[in-house]
Design a protein around this ligand. Structure first.
Ligand code: NAG
Ligand code: NAG
Ligand code: NAG
Ligand code: NAG
Ligand code: NAG
Ligand code: NAG
Ligand code: NAG
Ligand code: NAG
Ligand code: NAG
Ligand code: NAG
Ligand code: NAG
Ligand code: NAG
Length: 556
């Protein structure tokens, strides 16, 4: 970890960041506005603080050469831009295994919704604010978890694989680590374009720049930059100032809430990891037997089988195609998604003792922005230096763009209290009827778009049929009314489903004042100090049920 001394020594020799500080005549760019070189990407002590952090470029893809398409029995579809037509045993019609990969699925809009339909705004109503929270795009594996690919490359020559696994005999591992892959650039650029079409009007095109927030990690910084290029064009530095919050253990970072929540990085918060292991030994038993019969000289385990599914996801986004994907049946991919759903539940959401605490700082920030005040006292792990200043925590922006990580966004939803995602999912068997599906919530480039909606009158909870006169949308005896509307991956997250105080509404909105009431106790409920720093025992997956340590929960 960087010491404070090293941190400021590094910051002292600041280069002007020509791009980001385009309007500044000074070379004295504050650390949090310096986007290049990236100072705090390092998450390993061995990394030089002036380095761009622990990133590694992979081999250049060569899909034109490696792509086995067209596949037998599948009509040819050109790559777009990766190859996902590989035939899968038992595949359901229109099903797509690449949408069953949890947080490793490349971006797709939630296909099922979260329980309500979508509605157009009633005539006369308008959107006055957007508060967006965006995950980074598709990336290489993380540096601290070696992949099966590295293991295979290590063992080459010591085993003999046949049949479907024969390709392992001369397999080469080509992935880098941590950084975005080209598909990740595209996802963020596309999302910037999408958000411009959706919300471009909220940008005050009067010469003022908006402040956009991300973190110092390489893929986080780049995700924000690609998004802004999509939203504004390549001249985005004229329109936005990119503020980077230090992403490093021990720092306060509302966009990386595990940084100052030690318990979230310890065994007590790994109930989900245990659950995944338990479930994998069940749903991958067949596959493991299949693979063991096709390889000698290697004591192939369930862990290896699981890692092969993960490698399919990574190679697909890194190289455009992976031979590992076709080794599994459709049912096994359904099992893989479930393995990630229980993992997030147990490590980052309602079955985790730090589920709420990791997410609470961003919730506090959103409430402060919506209620128009700075944060001037230490609160959870908000960085007060940044949030007690309108230059770094603006209160009057209609367009607010923040960037974060998958597990964090899961924790934000937990800290808000989206109990829709709380029901326990057992590790012993598959639960088809469930709400927490990670690929629908946190695929690469996931986005939470929170809209503030201004209506001239209360909007009736039951929507009239399309084309009805304007008056039939409203209770015209009431005055102007504000609503909040949550969208995750382009579908409404209905507020009444998790917050009984919010009336049942077809459109899933909640009256803003009522929603504030639902949030008034959330900081306290998160128990940040005890949850993050308390000395409580690890409990098996399923014992924690409310996103806080069980000793403090009263069973419902
Ligand atoms: C590969 O082999 C090296 C040297 O034996 C070892 O240090 C490393 O952990 C191995 N990596 C994997 C992924 O097995
Ligand atoms: C690998 O196994 C196959 C099938 O058992 C066998 O035909 C082949 O000779 C083996 N190759 C090596 C290099 O051992
Ligand atoms: C531009 O508009 C925004 C939002 O209305 C306002 O906060 C800002 O002060 C304006 N800037 C200028 C230079 O007028
Ligand atoms: C970005 O800012 C420039 C300079 O103020 C302006 O000309 C341009 O229209 C802005 N871009 C968008 C998309 O509003
Ligand atoms: C808060 O942010 C400032 C500006 O980036 C930084 O210098 C400081 O170290 C941060 N403090 C904590 C506790 O993270
Ligand atoms: C495992 O094999 C059995 C027997 O062939 C089959 O009934 C079951 O559905 C398979 N399980 C999976 C996860 O593929
Ligand atoms: C917040 O800012 C105000 C005004 O600059 C200052 O008086 C106060 O000490 C700051 N609070 C903290 C905790 O930094
Ligand atoms: C960082 O968060 C801790 C925990 O809430 C708090 O005690 C500390 O004052 C914060 N530091 C800054 C700079 O906000
Ligand atoms: C948005 O709607 C509110 C309530 O009807 C109205 O007061 C306001 O002027 C509208 N704003 C814009 C920019 O249309
Ligand atoms: C319309 O609003 C009035 C006053 O706010 C309220 O008394 C009445 O019950 C509402 N009517 C409907 C149909 O919601
Ligand atoms: C996970 O399993 C390990 C090994 O069995 C155990 O030590 C640990 O307490 C478990 N963690 C949780 C949170 O259940
Ligand atoms: C939670 O329980 C522990 C142990 O009983 C206690 O020390 C801690 O203060 C409690 N936290 C809250 C927020 O009640």
């Amino acid at each position: 970890m960087l010491t404070k001394g090293a941190l400021f020594a590094a910051a002292a020799g600041l280069y002007a960041d020509a791009a980001n500080a385009a309007t500044s005549s000074s070379t004295e760019v504050p650390q949090y506005l310096q986007t290049s070189p990236e100072l705090f990407a390092a998450i390993e002590p061995s990394i030089d603080p002036s380095d761009a952090g622990p990133t590694k470029t992979g081999d250049a893809p060569f899909l034109a050469q490696t792509n086995p398409a067209p596949f037998t029995g599948v009509s040819y579809i050109p790559v777009q831009p990766i190859e996902t037509q590989v035939p899968i045993v038992g595949n359901k019609e229109n099903a797509n295994i690449f949408q069953l990969m949890g947080q490793l699925s490349h971006y797709f809009p939630n296909p099922d919704g979260f329980g309500v339909d979508e509605y157009a705004l009633p005539p006369g109503t308008n959107i006055s604010q957007l508060h967006m929270l965006h995950r980074h795009g598709s990336r290489y594996p993380e540096s601290y978890s070696p992949t099966l690919g590295e293991k295979i490359a290590n063992k080459t020559g010591t085993f003999n694989a046949t049949g479907d696994l024969a390709f392992l005999n001369d397999y080469e591992y080509k992935l880098g680590y941590e950084m975005l892959v080209p598909l990740g650039h595209q996802e963020l650029f596309d999302s910037g374009v999408l958000h411009y079409y959706q919300y471009g009007h909220l940008y005050p095109n009067n010469g003022s720049k908006i402040v956009v927030r991300s973190t110092t990690e390489d893929r986080m910084t780049q995700s924000a930059e690609y998004f802004l290029a999509g939203f504004f064009g390549l001249g985005w530095t004229q329109n936005a100032t990119l503020e980077l919050i230090i992403e490093e253990d021990g720092y306060n970072n509302s966009l990386a809430g595990y940084d100052n929540c030690p318990n979230s990085n310890l065994e007590v918060s790994y109930g989900g990891t245990n659950a995944t292991e338990q479930w994998a030994s069940i749903y991958l038993a067949n596959a493991t037997e299949r693979f063991r019969s096709q390889i000698s000289g290697w004591d192939w385990t369930v862990d290896d089988t699981y890692d092969a599914q993960t490698l399919c996801a990574y190679e697909t986004v890194g190289l455009g195609f992976s031979q590992f994907c076709g080794l599994f049946t459709y049912e096994e991919w359904v099992g893989y998604e479930y393995s990630i759903d229980i993992n997030f539940a147990g490590n980052n959401a309602f079955q985790s003792p730090t589920g709420r605490a990791v997410g609470i700082p961003w919730v506090v920030e959103l409430l402060a922005r919506l209620q128009h005040h700075l944060i001037d006292t230490p609160t959870a792990q908000v960085n007060v230096t940044l949030d007690n200043n309108t230059a770094t925590f603006p209160l009057d922006q209609a367009l607010n763009l923040d960037f974060s990580h998958d597990t964090d966004i899961m924790s934000f939803l937990t800290a808000f209290g989206f109990k829709q995602f709380a029901p326990f999912m057992p590790a012993t068997h598959y639960t088809a009827n469930r709400s927490l599906i990670v690929s629908h919530l946190e695929p690469f480039a996931a986005r939470l778009d929170i809209e503030i909606i201004d209506a001239p009158h209360p909007v009736l909870p039951k929507r009239p049929s399309p084309g009805s006169p304007a008056s039939s949308f409203y209770n015209t005896t009431g005055g102007p009314t504000k609503y909040i509307h949550f969208n995750v991956n382009q579908r409404t997250l209905p507020l009444h489903r998790s917050f009984p105080e919010c009336e049942y509404r077809d459109d899933g909105w909640c009256e803003l004042g009522t929603w504030f009431e639902t949030q008034a106790t959330k900081l306290e409920e998160a128990q940040y100090e005890w949850s993050c720093f308390g000395d409580y025992p690890a409990t098996p997956y399923g014992v924690v049920w409310n996103g806080v340590p069980v000793s403090n929960s009263t069973k419902a």
